[in-house]
Design a protein around this ligand. Structure first.
Ligand SMILES: Cc1ncc(COP(=O)(O)O)c(C=O)c1O
Length: 386
């Protein structure tokens, strides 16, 4: 193997160097101007974010979790309501449903994409009804950067009068058959957590929608239920605004976002070409482009810890997203599960492991990582492929 480079799982320093002085200037401008709350950069960024994905409105909020909560609040979802969502996801997806007093109903994922399986939605609806709940919405998750299979999902929601909320925290900007995630769904939400493909330098999030009425409502809800001005409180709301400094950071990051998505394709392509056949590499649906929030492979469940340890010893960081599906977590195991359980979610959670992925991963470092994975898997090559 070649000389050991220093490998970051996600290299935000390299991105900052690439953007250069423009980032520092943008931040300092906010500091000097002093419009820290809802300064002009927030509106400018919201317009850019909406345009990028083809949505009519973008509403910047404090984080991706609040983005989901505010949508549920705007829809009046609460006790007695069911919201269908996947179990193999970050906790926020279901947490927000429970936080509103509604009931998450966990549905199965597709083994190839790890996204909610459109074929499992009918069972989830059935389960919700059997529990005496009123099915109100479906929260999809564009996991690891790949958009869900939205054509059948949209048809299902329309047929069953469900609001479609796309949690695009990881997949904002992904392409699905000519459409861009963020612009898909009745509402889409995203997170600007620093490690996300489009991240800021702290917490941040946004809601995207084509509905004028809901956009106005959401702008009010994020600002203490304001009406015509700041001290006109026409409804109960919260404080969940996107900071001006974060908006200034995001304006600069959005300028390089398309280029970064393209660079991530090259990294993913090289990984896949080298590792295919050795481990299970990610599947991207035809006519779709992932943002590669994660590059996730699968190894034998019994060997995953050893695989990670061996890579760590070679200086290659890996992470498991997510080791336990939500329906098996203490906080969520009492909520209904669709059909006869979620065996795919449970199996996948035992086998997934994500490799370093970011747009500035140079070829030499990629080659080092590939060689390390090959070496670690070599003794048990046959049994490692799942
Ligand atoms: C799928 C998903 N939904 C929601 C969130 C929540 O976003 P935030 O951390 O900005 O609240 C995340 C962030 O990790 C996420 O990955």
């Amino acid at each position: 193997m070649s000389e050991r480079p220093t490998i970051e799982f996600i290299d935000l320093k390299a991105q900052r160097q690439h953007i250069g002085q423009a980032m520092e200037d943008a931040i300092l401008k906010v500091v000097h101007d002093g419009n820290y709350i809802l300064g002009s950069q927030v509106g400018e960024f919201e317009a850019g974010l909406a345009a990028f994905c083809g949505a009519k409105h973008a509403i910047g909020v404090a984080n991706g979790t609040d983005a989901l909560i505010l949508v549920l609040e705007a829809l009046g979802i609460g006790p007695g309501d069911a919201v269908i969502c996947p179990s193999f996801t970050f906790a926020a997806t279901a947490e927000v449903v429970a936080w509103m007093g509604a009931t998450p109903v966990f549905a199965e994922i597709d083994e190839a994409t790890y996204n909610i399986d459109p074929k499992g939605l009918a069972a989830a609806l059935d389960t919700a009804r059997k529990h005496g709940l009123k099915p109100r919405a479906l929260i999809t998750v564009d996991l690891f950067g790949q958009a869900c299979d939205y054509d059948p999902i949209e048809a299902f929601c329309k047929h069953n009068d469900l609001v479609l909320i796309a949690d695009s925290a990881q997949g904002y900007g992904a392409r699905y058959k000519g459409r861009v995630a963020g612009g898909i769904g009745d509402f889409a939400t995203t997170s600007f957590f620093p490690a996300k493909p489009l991240g800021c330098y702290g917490d941040g999030g946004a809601i995207l929608t084509n509905s004028d009425a809901h956009a106005e409502l959401l702008r009010s809800l994020r600002f203490h239920g304001k009406g015509s001005y700041k001290y006109d409180n026409i409804r109960v709301g919260v404080n969940s605004r996107l900071d001006t400094i974060q908006a200034a950071v995001l304006i600069e990051k959005l300028k390089v976002f398309a280029e970064e998505i393209a660079k991530r394709q090259l990294v993913a392509q090289r990984y896949t070409e080298a590792l295919q056949g050795l481990v299970r590499t990610p599947d991207v649906m035809p006519d779709c482009v992932s943002t590669w929030a994660q590059y996730t492979i699968r190894v034998d469940a019994e060997r995953r810890d050893a695989f990670q340890d061996a890579l760590k010893a070679k200086g290659v960081p890996t992470t498991v997203y997510y080791p336990k599906p939500l329906h098996q977590q203490t906080a969520y195991k009492h909520f209904p599960v669709a059909g006869n359980g979620l065996p795919i979610s449970e199996r996948v959670a035992r086998e997934v492991v994500s490799l370093p992925m970011h747009p500035y991963l140079d070829e030499a470092t990629q080659d080092y990582i590939i060689a390390a994975v090959c070496e670690v898997l070599a003794p048990a090559r046959e049994s490692a492929v799942v």
